[in-house]
Design a protein around this ligand. Structure first.
Ligand SMILES: NC(=O)c1ccc[n+]([C@@H]2O[C@H](COP(=O)([O-])OP(=O)(O)OC[C@H]3O[C@@H](n4cnc5c(N)ncnc54)[C@H](OP(=O)(O)O)[C@@H]3O)[C@@H](O)[C@H]2O)c1
Length: 339
């Protein structure tokens, strides 16, 4: 049983904490919060609460939230930390984990250079075997790697992808845009180079826009193969990967709203959709060029990757066994159906 500490209990941290709790080989030692808000109160019903700054102890106690200790105490109690603090805070925490000689996983808001080891379960599980510091790539990068990695098994590919990004997460009342479309003026956007932090030497360029939605990201992807492949081969190969899921407009699944409805209706925890969704009829092959759309639930697709990264770093299970265990616990693959 591996003792896991969760530093940060926002969009990603709270999901990883619950996912760790579901694993037979892991235990949550506690979570770190910075503010004594309602979420801290909710979290205290399930987990031990540790605080990022000892000066805020009284604020937590005044709010009726029992504090077990500071982040330092949680790090001492844990064998591995999942750092799910805001972008660029993880890099400030890393020296602290190093001093305490503890392994840590960082998220996609940190740079690759922080760990020099960026992770995706399908593409490079074994690279993290026994490693001390690993970064699970962002939601968009995870989505791209999930569909592109299986394509690289069929031939050499050149990828051009356009990303339509949700403005912010559903619980956020501050960020936008709320009535505009905001292109990422840096071309290529950071996502293409980020995919290469896992699939080295991949020919990929990306562009991105942000739109006023909180539900999911949608990518349009264009992949050119260096040899002949058939649409059937592509789909059959994708079908081998449970973290991909096909839907069809014929079944009235035509938008991200309906994808989220599937997650709600099927009783997924927090309405999460860990799978990357492919619209089957839109998968088109013109000569050696493949075109497809994919939907990405930004709040949850990186959660299974965090669990597998723990198993690889702690040398608990080999790739397939870990993925199977994670998927079973999160009901991944259950929503797949025929067409
Ligand atoms: N949101 C997404 O869609 C998404 C998807 C994939 C990857 N990621 C990445 O995952 C990481 C976490 O993102 P998130 O969206 O989960 O962030 P978030 O919702 O803002 O949550 C961050 C958490 O860290 C806590 N925290 C701990 N130490 C902190 C400190 N020193 N300063 C401020 N907060 C501190 C916060 O506590 P309080 O709640 O008490 O303030 C909060 O619980 C980022 O690297 C992000 O890029 C995010």
């Amino acid at each position: 049983m591996v003792n896991v500490g969760i530093n940060g209990y926002g969009t990603i941290g709270k999901r990883v904490a619950d996912a760790v709790s579901l694993q037979p080989d892991m235990k949550v030692m506690g979570i770190v919060k910075a503010h004594p808000d309602y979420m801290a109160f909710v979290a205290s019903k399930k987990f031990k609460i540790f605080i990022s700054d000892s000066k805020s102890k009284k604020l937590f106690e005044d709010a009726g939230i029992k504090v077990e200790g500071t982040m330092e105490n949680l790090v001492d109690d844990s064998e591995i930390i999942v750092d799910a603090t805001p972008d660029d805070v993880g890099k400030l925490n890393k020296p602290f984990y190093e001093t305490h000689k503890k392994k840590a996983i960082f998220q996609g808001g940190e740079d690759h250079d922080l760990t020099n080891l960026s992770f995706n379960s399908y593409a490079n599980f074994k690279d993290a075997w026994g490693a001390s510091y690993v970064r699970v790539v962002s939601c968009n990068t995870t989505g791209l790697i999930r569909t592109i990695f299986p394509l690289t098994e069929l031939g050499k590919v050149r990828v051009r992808a356009n990303l339509v990004r949700r403005a912010t997460d559903p619980n956020d009342h501050k960020k936008g845009p709320i009535n505009s479309i905001e292109p990422d003026l840096k071309i290529p956007s950071h996502h293409g180079p980020d995919v290469r932090s896992v699939i080295k030497d991949l020919d990929i360029q990306t562009m991105a826009v942000k739109v006023p939605s909180t539900l999911m990201h949608v990518h349009f992807v264009n992949v050119t193969f260096d040899k002949e492949v058939s649409r059937d081969d592509i789909i059959e190969n994708w079908r081998r990967y449970r973290r991909l899921m096909f839907v069809s407009g014929k079944d009235e699944v035509k938008s991200t709203s309906q994808l989220m409805e599937i997650a709600r209706e099927t009783g997924r925890m927090r309405s999460d959709l860990y799978e990357i969704v492919l619209w089957k009829e839109a998968i088109s092959l013109k000569g050696s060029e493949l075109f497809y759309y994919q939907g990405i639930h930004q709040e949850s697709d990186v959660v299974p990757e965090n669990i597998d990264a723990i198993r690889s770093m702690m040398q608990l299970k080999e790739k397939e066994d870990s993925i199977n265990e994670t998927d079973k616990s999160l009901r991944i693959g259950e929503l797949a159906y025929g067409r």
